[in-house]
Ligand binder design. Structure first.
Ligand code: SF4
Length: 315
């Protein structure tokens, strides 16, 4: 399990897709140096909770351009016999077949049919996580997620607040009470849905999670969603929407429609994905109760998708 091992050289920031691209058709051979570098990168992503990768078809010309660039980089510099570039240039190529893909390990929960068991395995894989800076910024505990592992409806918020950090459960403070009421208005109970956040540790002073924190933590959320396979995910607030949809837009533009959603970086061949809707975060609704009517419209759209009828008292 990853406990803060330094990133491999040139690892860079993980892109939103959180998947590693391989160019296809793959070059016939890799140098030992390149193979080592790719293996190291794959292990790094595995330790972040990312296990699934895909290949993207690209035109042959692009492949040729990459190969040309590599050739140029591997040219020895004149008068520098000991140059590392020189040694790379003469390294014997290694066949792809004996190669890097052996290091891609299965997600622990892969193929586990029982969502409760899969969630337990994801929690165990997360461990006493120190993968991002939030582990040392005053968190009391990791807030993994709560609810029905077989839920058809899954809510995703931004991150735990003080009450959630204290109790180890998402949405238990004032915002949580409002979310519970919203769920009841839909004719459901908290126990029937699943609730989680983009990040699992409390950001200090209730600030929004930073990009690196979200990108480091959210692969675990993606795995939770893939384990539960809900029919609808509701993103609560702009931060959750932005992270799940990989797009930045005002709430007015994001709301009022469904998006097709499948968790990034997680392959679930037996699941086509689900719908995703965006509504206001309950904390925002507490600050501006005039928007509750708009949020109710969003929830009614979700209810129609799930075939739910509001209880008489709230309709
Ligand atoms: Fe780990 Fe997520 Fe907590 Fe960061 S926020 S330390 S990635 S559990």
């Amino acid at each position: 399990m990853w406990r803060g091992r330094p990133r491999p050289r040139n690892a860079g920031t993980i892109q939103h897709s959180r998947r590693l691209l391989f160019l296809s058709p793959m070059p016939r051979s890799l140098t030992p140096e390149l193979r080592r570098a790719v293996s190291e990168r794959l292990r790094f992503y595995n330790e972040l909770g990312i296990y699934d990768f895909y290949r993207r078809d690209v035109p042959g010309a692009e492949i040729a351009a990459v190969a040309d660039r590599q050739d140029r980089d591997n040219q020895p510099e004149s008068g520098d016999e000991m140059s590392p570039r020189k040694s790379a240039a003469v390294a014997k190529p290694v066949a792809v077949e004996e190669s890097v893909f052996q290091v891609i390990v299965q997600r622990p929960e892969q193929g586990v049919g029982d969502p409760a068991k899969a969630l337990k395995m994801i929690r165990e894989d997360l461990g006493d996580c120190t993968r991002c800076a939030l582990h040392k910024q005053g968190r009391k505990q990791i807030v993994f997620g709560v609810g029905n592992p077989n839920a058809e409806l899954l809510f995703v918020g931004e991150g735990p607040g003080a009450d959630e950090d204290e109790q180890g459960e998402p949405f238990v403070g004032r915002s949580g009470q409002l979310l519970t009421n919203m769920i009841k208005a839909m004719g459901l109970t908290r126990e029937q849905v699943y609730i989680a956040n983009i990040v699992k540790c409390r950001p200090p002073a209730n600030r929004a999670p930073e990009r690196e924190e979200s990108e480091t933590c959210s692969p675990f959320l993606m795995r939770q969603i893939a384990a539960i396979k809900p029919k609808v995910v509701v993103a609560l607030g702009a931060t959750a929407a932005k992270n799940l949809l990989a797009m930045s837009a005002p709430m007015t533009a994001l709301r009022g429609r469904f998006y097709d959603f499948k968790p990034t970086g997680v392959r679930s061949p037996d699941w086509v994905g689900c719908k995703l809707a965006v509504t206001y975060h309950p904390a925002f609704l507490l600050r501006d109760p005039r928007q509750k009517g708009e949020a109710w419209k969003d929830l009614q759209m979700v209810m129609r998708e799930l075939g739910l009828k509001a209880p008489k008292a709230t309709s």
